[in-house]
Design a protein. Structure first.
Length: 559
């Protein structure tokens, strides 16, 4: 393989690059694109076998291209065309070339010899310099001028754990997960999944859940998968999607900002979904619409929701959520064990308030109300782990991290109106938090995976919950306070963890509540704002976050 490597590739002779070219033959001998889903047989072509192609721009180990041989091409001529490569594709190519150069210099580059250990390279000393030197050969994206793309590159390498390995004792060094360089190419199974939704094998999920159960204490405190109570395993398995199939959908209909009815995927298993729309602020280059291409995620944005409500997809599947006509409120009905639903909007600064009316309380049913970060498990009650805080109707106990403490003697019951207030301090003069803007502006999700479901595009966001747990830190002077029929029950929590908090409701059995985000409240505490005001505010913040992403990543072009 050494003959195919060049340290500073400019215009490579095709004979030197032929090890990286192949052609796909389908059952009916029709030519398909590289990412086709048909059963295929692939074949490598030697440079000496190709007649029409003499030279082209590229480097070895490219993974984004389409090649047609002479016999099966519709034009009767060989053709090779590069496809749009993102950072993940570029990193694969760069690391493979660096590894080949290292092995060649060590005299170990041989098809009969496979490296026993990953070969790590420092992102600042090796990866970025190689990428800078060969940018035009690696991708058709405009070359970045500002160095802010270095951070994006590092995030990509750290996030794509199936593709890259991070050195345990050096977080700035990375290696290819695939040590056999002969398998690096467009038909590598993991490479084919870049930009697609992951299909998580159900048997693996069951095995991982069983292992996790053994490692978790009997109380389940600190678990990120939900409590180990009766029926919890049944609920998790009922919600898990079979391998290769689309995730279970909500039985309730969501709506876009324009009012179009949609059926969104449910958030679960560490994955969250956001309806996306074309971003008019991103320049769209002209392209051949008849040819397949990968839609760049940065050219889309999160659809802004015009009103605050209960989410139709950020909820447990067994909860029934209904919008109350005329009042602007929402009604939630439970079923079986504890399950949670979160509001569509969240807050991370200021003082905010919403109310819950306890409508029906069948025998043995209970509710919990409070605030939850987006990483709290939905197949559990609010207050189950470190990401949420709650107040329970039974005995008036408050809960956080699965620990209950006395709070309001007697609890609350059917007919009561409960208030939930959260205070996340800001600087009185500047009216902004005393932290970096990246911690209080919402994520743009423009670097996330863009998926297509039922003719709607969604950003798919995967949360590493274990990493989120490690990064939790207290926010001084913050607090959560609850109200019972307009009267304060006192401060329930102080110095809570910093982050984004959604109003959250948990229902046990068939209890029913209605949720009021404003503007008309039974009692609005002085200095607090109703959650209904958050809709417009979050739209402005989301727009600012999108603009910052586009500027930092050089995606702004004159139109």
């Amino acid at each position: 393989m050494a003959e195919y490597m060049q340290k500073s590739p400019k215009k490579l002779n095709l004979r030197k690059f032929s090890r990286q070219l192949y052609v796909i033959v389908t059952a009916d001998e029709n030519w398909e694109l590289l990412n086709c889903s048909a059963v295929i047989v692939f074949k490598w072509f030697h440079g000496r076998c190709l007649k029409d192609l003499k030279e082209f721009n590229g480097v070895a180990f490219m993974v984004c291209y389409t090649f047609h041989c002479k016999d099966c091409s519709q034009t009767g001529e060989e053709s090779w065309q590069a496809k749009q490569a993102n950072f993940s594709h570029m990193c694969i190519t760069v690391l493979a070339n660096l590894a080949a150069e290292y092995l060649s210099a060590s005299g170990l580059l041989s098809p009969a010899t496979l490296p026993q250990e990953p070969i790590y390279f420092n992102i600042f000393q090796k990866i970025i310099p190689y990428m800078n030197e060969n940018w035009l050969l690696l991708t058709s994206m405009p070359k970045r001028v500002k160095n802010t793309w270095h951070t994006t590159l590092q995030k990509t390498l750290a996030k794509e754990k199936d593709l890259f390995l991070q050195k345990p004792d050096d977080p700035d060094s990375f290696a290819l997960a695939e040590t056999n360089l002969a398998d690096v190419g467009p038909l590598n199974e993991i490479v084919k999944q870049i930009g697609r939704k992951s299909n998580f094998d159900k048997s693996n999920a069951v095995a991982l859940a069983a292992t996790f159960d053994k490692l978790t204490d009997e109380s389940g405190a600190g678990s990120v998968d939900g409590p180990k109570t009766r029926g919890a395993s049944k609920r998790r398995n009922a919600e898990a999607a079979p391998s290769g199939k689309k995730p279970k959908m909500s039985s309730d209909q969501g709506a876009s900002a324009a009012g179009t009815s949609i059926d969104p995927p449910l958030n679960k298993d560490g994955y969250r979904y956001f309806l996306a729309e074309r971003d008019p602020n991103v320049f769209e280059p002209s392209r051949d619409e008849s040819a397949a291409f990968v839609i760049p995620a940065f050219s889309y944005r999160v659809v802004p929701l015009p009103t605050v409500g209960l989410s139709q997809n950020d909820k447990a599947y067994q909860l029934q959520v209904e919008a109350l006509a005329g009042s602007g409120g929402y009604q939630v009905t439970g079923h079986e064990g504890y399950a949670m639903v979160r509001a569509t909007h969240s807050v991370c600064k200021g003082t905010w308030y919403y109310e819950v009316s306890f409508k029906e309380q069948p025998e043995g049913s209970h509710i919990r109300i409070g605030w939850s970060q987006p990483y709290a498990v939905l197949q559990a009650c609010a207050g189950y782990n470190k990401f949420s805080y709650s107040w329970r109707s039974k005995h008036g106990t408050k809960f956080h991290d699965a620990k209950g403490k006395k709070y309001h003697f007697g609890g609350f019951k059917e007919g009561d109106v409960l208030g939930c207030l959260i205070h996340l301090p800001i600087d009185c003069e500047s009216n902004i938090p005393t932290i970096s803007s990246k911690d209080y502006l919402p994520e743009s999700y423009k670097d996330s995976t863009l998926i297509n479901y039922r003719h709607n595009l969604f950003f798919e966001v995967h949360d590493e919950v274990a990493d989120k747990l490690k990064s939790l830190k207290e926010l001084p002077r913050s607090r959560i306070e609850f109200f019972h029929n307009s009267k304060s029950c006192g401060v329930a929590y102080e110095n809570i963890h910093a982050g984004y908090y959604h109003p959250a409701i948990s229902i046990y059995h068939k209890a029913k509540v209605s949720v009021n985000f404003g503007p008309r409240f039974l009692h609005l505490p002085p200095g607090a704002k109703g959650m209904f005001l958050r809709a417009e505010e979050q739209q402005h913040e989301q727009t600012l976050s999108d603009m910052l992403y586009l500027v930092e990543n050089d995606h702004v072009h004159p139109q």
